[in-house]
Write a protein that binds this ligand. Sequence first.
Ligand SMILES: N[C@@H](CCC(=O)N[C@@H](CS)C(=O)NCC(=O)O)C(=O)O
Length: 184
Amino acid sequence: MLKLYGGARSRASIVQWYLEELNIPYEFVLLDMATGEHQQPEYLAINPMGKVPAIVDGDFQLWESGAIILYLAEKYGNMPNSLAERSILNQWVLFANSTLATGLFVEASRDKETPKLLTPLNQMLTGQPYMLGQEFTVVDIAVGSMLAYATMMLPIDFSPYPAVVDYIKRIKERSAFQKTIGKR
Ligand SMILES: N[C@@H](CCC(=O)N[C@@H](CS)C(=O)NCC(=O)O)C(=O)O
């Protein structure tokens, strides 16, 4: 069975959310990060960076949440066949974990970056329920988790972006989200 390594409150919840969405059996290996279990040789053999999440799927080991959800989409989800369409999925997952995460979570640049990022997202989400259109995809795991975390953790006023607000509400209503990130 696939093993997901994470801490009690960590980005492992993003991967766990997607595993629940895909209905994949998994074992959650809870590391005691307070005592540094993620820095012990046993875990460093899985992720030498000493960060969570990581997965072990049979003989295969993988870390970085974005890489893991793209792997799961590839293996169990519904990845498109064309290079162009797959690249768009990669684009959004990388955007979520780099540009969007940095823009929202780095306090020094938050005020400048938030309108630049949320205005186009609001435009995109006006008239479509999910990031790529009518279907929930791995992109919603990446972008949706980042936006949902932002509402839970950051003093950002989302009211100028009503389509983003509706989107986050839609994301938070999903039962797989409630079982994972929403449990925080
Ligand atoms: N970009 C990485 C970030 C991983 C990360 O920083 N994880 C945190 C927990 S949310 C961690 O393991 N921190 C432990 C440490 O830095 O010692 C990902 O998305 O997987």
